[in-house]
Ligand binder design. Structure first.
Ligand code: NAD
Length: 663
């Protein structure tokens, strides 16, 4: 028997046309030496049958020099690659077809930030590096069986390897760099050479579900910020208060929607008019203002009537903040969601440049661009500082804004005045809000995709999930219950039929088993379960997910790696581990999973082991770091799960004793 070949066809596809109006990734410059350029071409051409090399070598060189990367545009299938029903995909196992649905959902025009460059969100977060990899991935997924595992390294499908039905069907990693090269400069060289993919979190983990994924987390954060800082009583909303932020991109675009659901008046600044248009057409932005004065007037009118209103300001966030300072406009809650994790790659538009100037300078003069980014961030910092002095509550919303200010030379933003090891002077939302209120209890961004593509399946799963939640157990459960009750009304689906719902370990498992039972009984089609990597256990990131870890282990990535390894061992369908994520290369290790519910008992068994591990591994680490709520959650877990589990609980030392010893 001859072995099956997994190669691209030796017929050259026509060069594709690019639809007008679809955003394109900016050229970030070309930085390779002649020797590296040669290797980059060898690397890209190894996907291509030899007889096509003469034609493709110059084409790939042109892409590298003009776009800073070889995307292999010629191999992109024409049109909008949106996800279809699972039955419309070819495959030898359900998981192989399900992964194709997920990949397509990450690349659909209405979902992806730069669909032609395989960028799903976060400026540079890609499904894989190039269209040759995409084609090969699809071929492999069509052939994958339940006795094989597909290994994917930075978007490259390394091959199919024999395993068993209880093993993962896909194990993927992105940009796991060796320590001394784990920095943005070396990463850029590796990416241009075609060996590193920036997976962000769910982009390279194929689990993105559009901005809905982050709406729930943003809603939780804004509402809890209001409860903590503005003393909003439980059950009340943010009517009458003003929330200001920036960014209407892939994830940041969730802010106006979340603020509106929380009842606030909000202004979101955005420099790129096309992104404003997307959110406006989608109904997530109510009105668009071209000047700060107009934006503030509209928001204040809504505040007076205690009405929720989302205003987009077309311009730079710093101009808006300067206006508020000059006109004494009180901002209750302030944040930022520009892509500061890739500030120098175009993620942050400095106030001295228009959006168009930023795009031109990025391609033509990176050094000057970098200088302006640094200066712009310093101006931005000063504006936030002045507003905080007037009573505004500012929080870093996980885009590495404070780290970027520090790197731009703002020494005073560092808590210890020297480095970033002790964090920054203002809270990250995880330090004050999401860490203690959610992650330490195990609550995180659980999600699912109805692979049948049927809206009625989503409605059935919403109802079933709601029935699994006891709203009277904790305030968080009440919030989650209300969230899922109103999910359909809030019209959050962009792309395929998916839902986000924050849940703790117990809730996630209950819902997962319930859904698998519904699949078994034929009440719904198969379901893909997953979560954002931005979760209790999946991510070690001192500037974000683990910002409230204070025992010194915030510099360690053991938890994220253990979470990944544990999910592999327990047989999740897809398991992912990445470097970078929302805060940038070298600043985080993050991982996630996908689990295909096919109604089988095999899946029930995997869920029981893996879902509990996926959450409780992180709660255990947070408890060991002496986080109060995590300690009580771990202690309770030890009582309720004595069969098979035990978490090590720390002893707490008396401060007075240490004061005495350290005198
Ligand atoms: N905390 C979280 O849960 C969370 C979740 C998702 C994303 N993030 C982080 O938030 C950031 C944004 O993510 P995204 O997916 O929306 O990225 P994105 O690149 O799609 O969007 C960022 C937007 O900011 C705009 N922008 C840049 N500079 C600006 C400025 N000075 N003024 C006004 N607008 C400006 C850009 O034009 C862009 O549209 C990333 O750093 C990401 O990692 C955090």
């Amino acid at each position: 028997m001859t072995a099956k070949q997994f190669t691209l066809d030796n017929v050259l596809p026509d060069y594709p046309t690019f639809d007008e109006g679809i955003r394109r990734a900016p050229d970030r410059g070309f930085c390779l030496t002649p020797a590296q350029t040669r290797v980059a071409l060898q690397n890209a051409l190894r996907y291509i049958p030899t007889e096509l090399h003469a034609q493709l070598a110059p084409e790939f060189l042109e892409e590298l020099k003009t776009r800073g990367k070889i995307y292999g545009y010629r191999f992109r299938p024409q049109g909008n690659l949106k996800a279809g029903p699972i039955d419309s995909y070819k495959g030898k196992c359900l998981e192989g077809k399900a992964m194709q649905v997920m990949i397509h959902n990450n690349l659909a025009h209405e979902v992806a930030l730069y669909p032609y460059e395989l960028v799903t969100y976060g400026e540079t977060g890609q499904v894989c590096q190039n269209w040759m990899q995409y084609r090969l991935l699809i071929k492999y997924l069509e052939e994958l069986t339940q006795d094989q595992t597909l290994v994917v390294e930075s978007g490259h499908p390394l091959g199919l390897f024999a395993s068993n039905p209880r093993a993962p069907r896909v194990i993927l990693t992105n940009s796991m760099m060796i320590g001394i090269y784990d920095n943005i400069k070396d990463w850029e060289v590796a990416a241009q050479m075609g060996v590193a993919n920036y997976g962000q979190m769910t982009a390279g983990g194929w689990m993105y579900i559009g901005p809905q994924g982050v709406v729930h987390g943003t809603f939780n954060t804004i509402l809890n910020a209001g409860r903590q800082q503005l003393h909003i009583p439980a059950g009340a909303n943010l009517g009458g208060y003003l929330f200001v932020s920036s960014g209407l991109g892939g994830m940041s675009g969730a802010q106006p929607k979340a603020a509106k659901i929380a009842g606030a008046a909000s202004i979101t600044a955005e420099v790129d008019s096309s992104r404003i248009q997307t959110r406006h057409e989608q109904g997530w932005v109510d009105v668009v203002a071209e000047t700060p004065a107009e934006a503030v007037r509209l928001a204040q009118e809504a505040q007076k009537k205690k009405e929720a209103l989302s205003v987009a300001y077309h311009g730079n966030i710093v101009d808006l903040l300067h206006y508020c300072l000059k006109e004494n406009v009180h901002i209750d809650l302030l944040s930022d969601q520009t892509s500061c994790h890739v500030a120098y790659e175009g993620g942050y538009c400095p106030v001295q440049l228009t959006f168009e100037e930023r795009t031109r300078l990025l391609a033509e003069d990176r050094e000057q661009f970098n200088r302006l980014v640094d200066e712009g961030l310093r101006i931005h910092f000063q504006a936030v500082k002045d507003l905080v002095a007037r009573g505004t509550y500012f929080f870093d919303y996980g885009n590495a804004f404070m780290k970027a200010c520090f790197d731009a030379g703002v020494q005073e933003i560092s808590r210890n005045g020297v480095d970033d090891k002790d964090g920054f002077i203002w809270p990250s939302y995880v330090e004050d809000i999401m860490g203690p209120e959610l992650f330490d209890y195990g609550y995180g961004p659980f999600r699912w995709v109805c692979l049948s593509h049927k809206h009625e399946d989503l409605l059935k799963t919403d109802k079933a999930a709601m029935e699994c939640i006891d709203p009277n157990r904790r305030e968080q459960d009440r919030d989650n219950y209300n969230w899922i009750r109103d999910a359909e009304k809030n019209q959050m689906v962009v792309g395929t039929e998916a839902r986000i719902l924050y849940q703790d370990a117990e809730g996630r498992l209950k819902i997962a088993l319930k859904f698998n039972d519904m699949v078994r009984k034929g009440e719904i089609g198969p379901v893909m379960l997953g979560r954002d990597h931005h979760d209790v256990s999946g991510t070690d990131s001192p500037f974000r997910e683990t910002a409230n870890i204070k025992d010194g282990s915030n510099v360690m990535a053991d938890m994220a790696v253990q979470c990944f390894a544990g999910n592999c061992a327990r047989g999740m369908s897809l398991v992912a581990l990445h470097n970078g994520g929302g805060v940038g290369i070298g600043k985080a290790i993050n991982g996630g999973f996908g689990m295909v519910l096919d109604g089988s008992e095999r899946v029930d068994e995997i869920l029981k082991d893996a879902m509990t591990w996926d959450v409780m591994g992180g709660v255990a680490r947070r408890s060991w770091a002496r986080n109060k709520n995590a300690m009580s959650t771990a202690q309770e877990f030890n009582q309720t799960h004595a069969q098979g589990y035990h978490i090590t609980i720390p002893y707490l030392v008396d401060d007075a004793l240490l004061d005495e010893v350290l005198k």
